[in-house]
Design a binder for this molecule. Structure first.
Ligand code: SIN
Ligand code: FE2
Length: 207
């Protein structure tokens, strides 16, 4: 398995999941999305909708609405607990995260071809010792990552279907986002677009 060092704390594993694993994961996510439907998150204060649709699996899920960003144990629209994180993803965490405790949240983002995500930090977690581990499915995305201050130098890389990427250590609070989706670059999903999964440890493990 090739691991590319993109920057200190940022590692890219192209083709981490093979075609069969990708297809199996899509089927598992379809079942998760049946229990916890994708919804349109809204920006804090303004209530402006994101261009990305979201859902989660795991004990906690990341949500955003007028009240702010937070983790919560239930779906914001159905009120039901999030479905469990598929075993295949827990295995990926064990192989790649280099962190002893399991992830508690898996944010599932769906990008239609015109969706993007502005540069931001993932900092709603109480534990920054664990990395954020991302897996990509479907159309390739142009992912951008920089340093820990806004407006610094950034690098862009393409994340294709099956790729894994981790940012942790000194890059745990790195600004990152999605410039654009290269529609039609993959035939994994029945519709054009991209799914991104981010596995996160949210709470500090007790000693
Ligand atoms: C995110 O920052 O939540 C998603 C990043 C990605 O889509 O690769
Ligand atoms: Fe993020």
């Amino acid at each position: 398995m090739t691991a590319l060092a993109i920057a200190p704390g940022v590692t890219h594993w192209p083709g981490y999941l093979d075609a069969a694993a990708q297809a199996a994961l899509v089927a598992e996510l379809r079942e998760a999305a049946r229990q916890a439907p994708f919804y349109l998150p809204r920006m804090p204060k303004t209530g402006r909708p994101f261009s990305v649709r979201m859902t989660n699996c795991g004990a906690l899920g990341w949500v955003s609405d007028e009240r702010g960003y937070r983790y919560q144990p239930h779906h914001p629209e159905t009120g039901a607990p999030w479905p469990p994180i598929p075993t295949r993803l827990l295995r990926a965490w064990d192989e790649l995260a280099g962190y002893r405790h399991p992830p508690e949240a898996c944010l599932i983002n769906f990008y239609a071809p015109t969706a993007k995500m502005g540069l931001h930090q993932d900092r709603d977690e109480a534990d920054f010792d664990a990395p954020v581990l991302s897996l990509s499915l479907g159309d390739t995305a142009v992912f951008r990552i920089g340093g820990t201050s806004r407006g610094g130098k950034t690098v862009a890389l393409k994340l294709a279907s099956g790729d894994a990427l981790a940012f942790g250590g000194e890059a745990r609070l790195a600004y990152h986002g999605i410039d654009r989706i290269l529609a039609g670059s993959s035939r994994l999903l029945p519709e054009p677009g991209r799914i991104n999964l981010t596995l996160r440890r949210v709470t500090k493990p007790s000693a």
